[in-house]
Design a protein around this ligand. Structure first.
Ligand code: GAR
Length: 192
């Protein structure tokens, strides 16, 4: 079993997608051992509770590392996590941290590009195609190796909200696919 700690900061629809896909058997071999939120009161924590998964708010790196270790974490999934992880975490879980980003990296990513801002920038840039990316997390912001990417059309008349909703649907699909891919390559699963 691959133990996954999911880190969140918001509504948690990507978390829900992983929960649902584990339950349906689409993401067999994975177990969410805990959900860690960067702040109090996020709906993602309610989703965790409803699914019977341990949830907690953690703001400090020391405590985060301790909890990740305590739950025997194999893989960390950033599912709408709006904080940049400290190098100590990256170092401890190199190639074991996966992030979902709502654009086609290297476009519309990096510092300041998160959530709705990404989609507004895509619209302002006059793009006709956007998308989502699953990638490994390294010391930079959205600079880690790309695992999986999928295009989503920008439709005439789109607002940041309508585009976000369309991209989010694709995120839910490729996040699980990306996790599957990474799980297959984990050393303890016979991968590299
Ligand atoms: C998602 O669109 C995710 O890609 C984005 O935040 C949203 C979280 O939604 N993440 C970033 O922008 C990270 N740079 P969710 O809480 O419903 O999963």
């Amino acid at each position: 079993m691959v133990n996954i700690s999911v880190l969140v900061s918001g509504g948690g629809t990507n978390l829900q997608a992983i929960i649902d896909k584990i339950e349906s058997g689409e993401l067999a071999g994975a177990k969410i051992v805990q959900v860690i939120a960067s702040r109090e009161g996020v709906f993602a924590l309610e989703r965790a509770q409803k699914a019977g998964i341990k949830g907690k708010v953690i703001k400090e790196t020391e405590e985060l590392l301790k909890e990740l270790k305590a739950e025997d974490t194999d893989l960390i999934v950033l599912a709408g996590y709006m904080k940049v992880l400290e190098p100590a975490v990256i170092e401890a879980y190199r190639k074991r941290i996966v992030n979902i980003h709502p654009s086609l990296i290297p476009k519309y990513c990096g510092k300041g590009f998160y959530g709705k801002r990404v989609h507004q920038a895509v619209l302002d840039g006059g793009e006709t195609v956007s998308g989502a990316t699953v990638h490994f997390v390294d010391e930079g912001v959205d600079t880690g190796d790309i695992i999986l990417q999928r295009q989503v059309p920008v439709e005439p008349g789109d607002t940041a909200d309508t585009l976000a909703a369309r991209v989010l649907k694709t995120e839910h699909v490729i996040l699980a696919e990306g996790i599957k891919k990474v799980m297959a390559d984990l050393p303890e699963k016979g991968g590299k």
